[in-house]
Design a binder for this molecule. Structure first.
Ligand code: NAP
Length: 248
């Protein structure tokens, strides 16, 4: 149990939503970040409050540094920061690299990579014992696409998640002696709205035949791993990345 604050970017839907609900059940005060779906974020907050938990919703497009600074300011007013889940992430429509515009690639990197690094920067400023903090945990959402490369689908997305893996290892080493653990999660095919946002709602189910466990995963199954990493049960786990992918 913890009464620390956890910031979850993209906490309004999918894996972020499941993580918000589970983290609250473990005693975290939850800052639910969202990009535009205020109703979904408010529903998560209401659900947490209905079980006597504490949560606030804060609009934050992680593609905007100003939004990220405002997110952390709102979190500061809520309580001491104990954890960050860099969950917000986007895909694009499935296309080959020879069809990709510079704008699409830049947006992918800005949201998935720069956004996560800037959020981590703000978290380290608050958590590091070097800065007077009392430590904390950062969990970064990668993807098995970082290993598979997502050919003919979204190699830009896969590359952005490869960057997240490198960042997780490097940052983990950088702040390991300052009380901060950093870990990554590589989900496989998880049943969320992200596939619809890429233009194929049924993508996860269509590809599930290729998963060794022969099924898609649920947001709750990923949240279980994230909240374990946030907990003291993972006290010797840092600079590592855990696949939650049914073997994919
Ligand atoms: P999702 O269902 O599409 O939900 C995305 C969440 O991120 C929503 O809360 C959304 O907010 C928020 N978001 C989108 N763009 C944002 C931005 N620019 N700034 C801040 N928040 C933003 O996604 P998901 O499937 O849960 O994925 C969560 C993470 O897991 C992502 O990093 C994704 O790459 C990774 N992942 C997912 C899968 C999978 O199969 N689902 C597999 C591997 C990795 P609004 O509600 O306001 O739109």
């Amino acid at each position: 149990m913890s009464d620390d604050v956890v910031i979850i970017t993209g906490g309004s839907r999918g894996i972020g939503r499941a993580t918000a609900l589970l983290a609250a059940a473990h005693g975290f005060k939850v800052v639910v970040g969202y990009a535009s779906n205020e109703a979904a974020a408010n529903e998560v907050v209401s659900k947490i409050e209905a079980t006597n938990g504490k949560a606030i919703a804060v609009k934050c497009d992680v593609g905007s540094e100003a939004d990220i600074l405002a997110l952390f300011k709102a979190a500061d007013a809520f309580g001491p920061l104990g954890a960050l889940v860099n969950n917000a992430g986007i895909v694009g429509p499935s296309i080959r690299v020879d069809q990709m515009t510079a704008e699409r690639i830049a947006n992918m990197m800005t949201v998935n990579v720069t956004g996560s690094i800037l959020c981590a920067r703000e978290a380290v400023k608050r958590m590091s014992t070097k800065h007077g903090g009392k430590g904390g945990v950062i969990v970064n959402l990668s993807s098995v696409a970082a290993k598979l490369g997502a050919p003919n689908t979204y190699v830009d997305y896969a590359a952005s998640k490869g960057a997240i893996d490198s960042f997780t290892i490097g940052l983990g080493h950088e702040v390991a002696a300052e009380g901060i653990r950093v870990a990554g999660i590589r989900p496989g095919l998880i049943d969320t709205d992200i596939h619809a946002s890429g233009g194929e709602p049924d993508r996860a189910h269509r590809l599930s035949v290729n998963v060794p466990m022969k099924r898609v995963g649920t947001a709750d199954e990923v949240a279980n791993a994230i909240v374990w990493l946030l907990s003291d049960e993972a006290s010797y786990v840092t600079s590592t990345i855990l696949d939650v992918s049914g073997g994919r």
